[in-house]
Write a protein that binds this ligand. Structure first.
Ligand SMILES: *Cc1c(COP(=O)(O)O)cnc(C)c1O
Length: 401
């Protein structure tokens, strides 16, 4: 960065670890090393003419922090570099990012096809919210791409998937679904939270927009909420930016700074957590009190080949089916001392949750079972503790059943 003649000064040539420390960085006149927090809402202009030119987009610059702020620029540019996307926009939460991405691509009379195994809020957006505004939706079993093909209609403008899915860690074949969407003139949005931007690249597999809850691995330390939408300049700067600018689910510059700092250590944290998750999955898969473990890079995963094809690593989440239903699942969770009971994920602290009575409690039993959310299902987010301590904790908990 300091020497523009050096070919290595192009951040696109850097490995992710380097991009995440330096990418998108901008220094003020004070030459600070760490990124500055621009905790301001507005900007003062040198002249009225300057203000007019700015609002007419004749010159570049910032005019209001609802839609542009230097700390957010740094976070967005760093995320875009990592994702290999042309552009990115930051949001106050993962859900505002997803809602914007969906709403930016449809209007009344359109139709959405989505996989039914979705994060609770995302399912609400496509199944309940959008139909209230005249956008119908069809939910399908995402494990077989043929189900998407069958659900496509003449007015289908959008396909929405999440893979691996929450909470059962099923996979959707991104390249296959992207080809179906494209053949029908529909856009594909992939919620890539579980795989993280390090282990799966939906844009390269044919997706049009990628969304993240930055609350999860990107912060990864339980401090702040945030969200990001990434894609081509055309989709982001026209559709996504316009909706963000006019409806205002903007990220606070302070939270953007927290997320920038989170990105610096993302590979260190996520690689360590993933190594531990693989060890923990091996331990659980062999345990007599566990009926089934779902971890994308464990050989027992029904879509193991697909996992190997579209992910470069198994990531940090494990779904486990405890023998003995809800009572046994509660007993295990309640007996743990290192692993905390919490519905967050991607955190430095290992977290366990019982989806059937928490994140998916609002659904009927029938809908839960259809999505694989059985009474004995627990979702484990593996954190930064020593893997042997986690295995000892789970071993003790399982003995109590
Ligand atoms: C957490 C999460 C969201 C929502 O993000 P928030 O930051 O909590 O609003 C969306 N999708 C997935 C897969 C998530 O895990």
């Amino acid at each position: 960065m300091s020497n523009p003649k050096n070919p290595l000064s192009d951040p696109k040539t850097w490995a992710p670890e380097t991009q995440l420390v330096h990418g998108g960085g901008k220094r003020s006149q004070f030459n600070e090393t760490s990124e500055a927090i621009f905790l301001n809402s507005g900007y003062a202009y040198p002249s009225s003419q300057h203000a007019e030119d700015l609002f007419l987009h004749k010159i570049e610059g910032h005019n209001y922090s609802r839609f542009a702020n230097p700390t957010l620029d740094m976070f967005q540019d760093r995320m875009a570099l990592l994702e290999g996307a042309e552009a990115a926009r930051a949001f106050s939460t993962g859900m505002s990012a997803v809602t914007n991405a969906v709403m930016s691509q449809v209007r009344a009379g359109d139709h959405i096809v989505a996989a039914r195994a979705l994060f609770g809020g995302c399912r609400y957006v496509v199944e309940d919210l959008m139909p209230r505004f005249g956008v119908a939706s069809t939910l399908v079993d995402g494990r077989d791409p043929a189900n998407f093909e069958r659900a496509m209609q003449k007015n289908t403008k959008l396909v929405f998937i999440e893979t691996p899915t929450n909470p059962t860690l099923e996979l959707v074949d991104i390249a296959a679904v992207a080809a179906i969407a494209r053949a029908h003139g529909a856009k594909l949005i992939v919620d890539n939270v579980f795989a993280t931007p390090l282990f799966q690249h939906p844009l390269a597999l044919g997706a049009d927009l990628v969304t993240y809850s930055a609350t999860k691995h990107i912060d990864g330390q339980g401090r702040t909420l945030g969200g990001v939408v990434l894609g081509s300049k055309a989709l982001i700067e026209a559709d996504v930016h316009t909706l963000l600018r006019q409806t205002g689910p903007s990220l606070s510059p302070f939270n953007a700074w927290v997320l920038l700092k989170g990105l610096e250590t993302l590979p260190l944290r996520v690689n360590q957590m993933t190594a531990s998750a693989a060890k923990v999955a091996d331990f659980l898969a062999d345990h007599p009190k566990i009926a089934r473990v779902s971890y994308p890079f464990h050989k027992s995963h029904p879509q193991y080949d697909l996992a190997r094809r579209q992910m470069s690593s198994g990531s940090t989440l494990i779904a486990i089916e405890v023998k003995g239903g809800r009572e046994a699942a509660f007993k295990l969770s309640d007996s743990l001392s290192v692993i905390l009971i919490s519905n967050n994920l991607g955190d430095a602290k290992s977290l366990i949750t019982h989806p059937g009575t928490t994140t998916h409690a609002r659904f009927t039993e029938a809908v839960r079972l259809e999505s694989g959310i059985t009474p004995g299902l627990l979702r484990l987010s593996v954190g930064l503790e020593n893997a042997d301590d986690l295995i000892a904790d789970l071993g003790y908990g399982l003995e109590q059943i």
